[in-house]
Design a protein around this ligand. Structure first.
Ligand SMILES: *Cc1c(COP(=O)(O)O)cnc(C)c1O
Length: 390
């Protein structure tokens, strides 16, 4: 164990079981460890480094803003957050009428949950505080977003959680209708592709029927695009591939390409739900993070999204049905791979052979930089195939 690894073990809270690799630098989709070994990055820091490491335009945007003004608080106007909110509105075809900026996915979801509860209470329905989420979902680690997360294993040690959450089976339209009506829900919250749950896309008909049902019953539809957002699935946001318009969309991870930024986008129905003082954040909308996001978001265009789709199809085509691989799921460059062997063994093989994948439950999960070169992608996929086969 290196000195840094020893220090980390001694002084960092033991919430993370780290791999025995110390990363020191990155360039594009290549990461380098303290011993000078290179790896192909198939995780992007869990879907964060959307354009890889050291992207020049991103660096320039960040450095320009840092040298001008690194932080201002939300007491004053600053241009990056206003411009970013405008760009989100434009890029979502006018959907994002108002945006609240936070620092993480969990906080973006907290904002969505507060918005839904306030929407109900503004209409004199204070008892309609319940939000229905799906089993096997993941919405964050704060006590409220843990409660929203439909997986018992996250709950057990931290009760009591925030009340007001009920769970329905994914892809079962009758179940979500029943649970939300029985509990007089104010909103239903979904991930179009369950990420931490194993990279499982919801069915198109289910999502469309859920949109219709929630609209007819004056329930909001919240789509958690913390992981699926910002080009990851081959569209700017995954909901766009389902042909629906949600009421609230949250995002974070890849939004600022490597800096912490979350966004809660409020659609037409809820655009005026917050008044002065209803919600806030010291760091939220930080000008450096917003300048970083402007650099990323402005480059997520049709050609890039088509590339993401093509690369995703390449990975699926190459690995589906390969020896030792049971299934390949996901959309775009958000891919889950069920291997016959225990996933930990495949990860270890990959790491030994210069590839860093992620996992989700008992699957491999791939979230490479959106602009990874076809050559590096091919190399990584062949190592993964070997790891699954050998
Ligand atoms: C990662 C994730 C979150 C939590 O984001 P943090 O930035 O870690 O708080 C919430 N929802 C989904 C779908 C995620 O993938």
């Amino acid at each position: 164990m290196s000195d840094i690894q020893k220090l980390d073990e001694q002084y960092i809270a033991h919430t993370y079981k780290r791999f025995p690799i110390e990363l020191v630098s990155g360039n594009g989709a290549i990461l380098t460890d303290a011993d000078g070994r290179d790896y192909i990055d198939m995780g992007s820091g869990i879907g964060v480094s959307a354009f890889g490491h050291g992207d020049e335009l991103w660096q320039k945007a960040v450095l320009d803003q840092i040298s001008r003004l690194a932080h201002a608080s939300n007491l004053y106007y600053t241009s990056p957050c206003a411009l970013l909110a405008q760009l989100l509105n434009e890029k979502t075809g006018g959907f994002a009428r108002k945006v609240f900026f936070a620092n993480s996915g969990a906080e973006a979801n907290e904002c969505a949950i507060k918005a839904a509860r306030k929407y109900a209470s503004d209409k004199g329905q204070k008892d309609r505080f319940t939000i229905v989420t799906l089993k096997n979902s993941f919405h964050g680690r704060t006590l409220t977003t843990l409660a929203a997360t439909g997986q018992d294993r996250f709950h057990a040690l931290f009760r009591p959680l925030t009340p007001g959450f009920c769970y329905a089976a994914a892809n079962d339209i009758e179940d979500v209708k029943r649970v939300s009506l029985e509990n007089r829900a104010c909103a239903v919250m979904i991930e179009c592709v369950q990420g931490e749950g194993g990279v499982i896309a919801l069915e198109r008909d289910y999502v469309r029927e859920l949109r219709k049902f929630t609209a007819e019953n004056d329930m909001l539809l919240i789509v958690d695009e913390v992981q699926t957002g910002n080009g990851r699935t081959g569209s700017l946001y995954a909901y766009m591939q389902y042909g629906i318009t949600p009421d609230i969309v949250t995002t974070a991870k890849g939004l600022a390409g490597g800096l912490p930024l979350g966004a809660c986008m409020l659609g037409e129905k809820v655009e005026e739900v917050f008044s002065y003082g209803d919600h806030g954040s010291t760091f939220g909308g930080n000008p450096v993070c917003c300048a970083a996001a402007l650099s990323i978001l402005s480059r997520i265009d049709e050609p890039l999204l088509n590339e993401v789709k093509k690369k995703g199809e390449y990975v699926k085509k190459t690995l589906a049905g390969a020896s030792g691989i049971d299934s390949v799921t996901g959309m775009g460059l958000m891919i889950g791979i069920k291997t016959a062997k225990p996933v930990a063994e495949v990860v270890e093989y990959c790491q030994k052979h210069g590839v860093l994948p992620l996992t989700a439950k008992d699957k491999l999960r791939l979230l490479p930089p959106l602009n990874i070169s076809p050559e590096l992608l091919e190399k990584a996929v062949s190592v993964i195939a070997e790891g699954a086969r050998l």
